[in-house]
Design a protein around this ligand. Sequence first.
Ligand code: UD1
Ligand code: CA
Length: 464
Amino acid sequence: MLHHFSSLQVIILAAGKGTRMASSKPKVLHDVLGKSMLAHVLHTVEDLQPESVCLVAGHGIEEVKKHIGEPENLHWVEQKEQLGTGHAVLQTKSVPTTADMVLIVCGDTPLLTAETLATLVKQHQSSGAGVSVLSAIVDEPKGYGRIIRDINDEVQAIVEEKDANDAQRKIHEVSSGIFCVNRTLLFQCLHGVENNNAQQEYYLPDILPLALARSATVQAVIMHDANEMLGVNDRVQLAQAENIMQQRITFEWQKKGVTIQQADTVRIEASVNIGIDCTIKAGTQLLGSTHLGDGCTVGPYAVLQNSWLADDITIEAFSHLEETSVGDQAMIGPFARLRPGTQLDDKVKIGNFVETKKAIIGQGSKVNHLSYIGDTLMGENCNIGAGTITCNYDGANKHQTTIGDDVFVGSDTKLVAPVEVGSGATIGAGSIITRQVKQDGLTLSARPEQRHVQNWVRPKKGDA
Ligand code: UD1
Ligand code: CA
């Protein structure tokens, strides 16, 4: 469902170093199922169709910019020193916006859904509150800010783990770190936020008591699925986020008509697309922008990265495809390795222990056993015998092999590139082809003479 919040500005906080990740990479650039946390959050807030989005970056800002590119409607704000979440939001004050409401989200909560954010914004609007915080009831509140309510259940403040006393630490309602705030009130309060706390930071949650002092209403909107607010601060939480998202993705594809065997062993990344009646077998990984048409069977233990499959294709066990496209009814593997630039037309067969790279292979052609086909253009209905090798590399340069239609290459042939094989040609087994092969007829290189030694005796074990 698409929303359209035209008077809403979204601020994404992503300036922190992410010390607890122990990484040279900014925290928000770490991947959750093949997509950075920040990209997840950006795509989620885009679904709200806000007036504009403002991204606060700081630590590793150049890397973050390079990663995100320049989406429309995105304002970059630099927070030079990371003095806290409140300080981060304050940096956005002069960003031009016509919005009167601000939604603040963290770049490290990749599981949040647009539905949940929309619920927060709608409840903020309908309640007339000045500040609404998204909260959750969790079994393990450790590490999160606790929601402090008075005897009338009214929200008073948020206390960070490090500043909380023993009684406060026992509270199970925690802050997701996500706020919807009236914009004027937000900056009025932020100017009053101080840093006299355990971390000596300017905390965004400290706007709550300041808003109350200004007679604004403060509310906490409790989310249904506490999993969504998982904040990723270290690699243990990164793994938890991946597991939760994987369950979601698996469930979605199952509902859309995909059979997934032993689903807890299968990895399907966030940008993958799968048609109906596909079967994904145990241990299979579908990565990056991989696309499967309808009726494909993949695995067990196949890896497909940024690859494009048409319909009714079988990829057998332990095959590895990278930047490869495959036509209808092709059959691959087991144990095939298709490297970048492989383009297989319909009904192509690639068998066990075959490696291809930059190979364009025409309809119905077969490379069934133990071959290397690289830098090759191959026509239709060819049969490439076991052990055929395109010798494409001379140590400095790569050379092209061109093969016509209906070519039969005998087993253990070496095609020393650059070389062309004409349509209809047959090449005898064991040939070393260094010159153009004419169309039709039989081509074979000279074979060593076969000898027979009648009186030779095979040594036996125990002989001196
Ligand atoms: C924060 C909240 C906590 C909440 C939790 C939810 C504060 C003080 N604490 O804690 O109440 O329960 O999130 O996950 O807000 N950031 C900046 N600039 C800074 C500091 C942080 O941009 O100066 C960004 C970080 O990159 C991160 C986000 O703000 O994306 C949250 O910061 P983090 O340090 O992860 O806060 P938590 O300790 O998780
Ligand atoms: Ca966090």
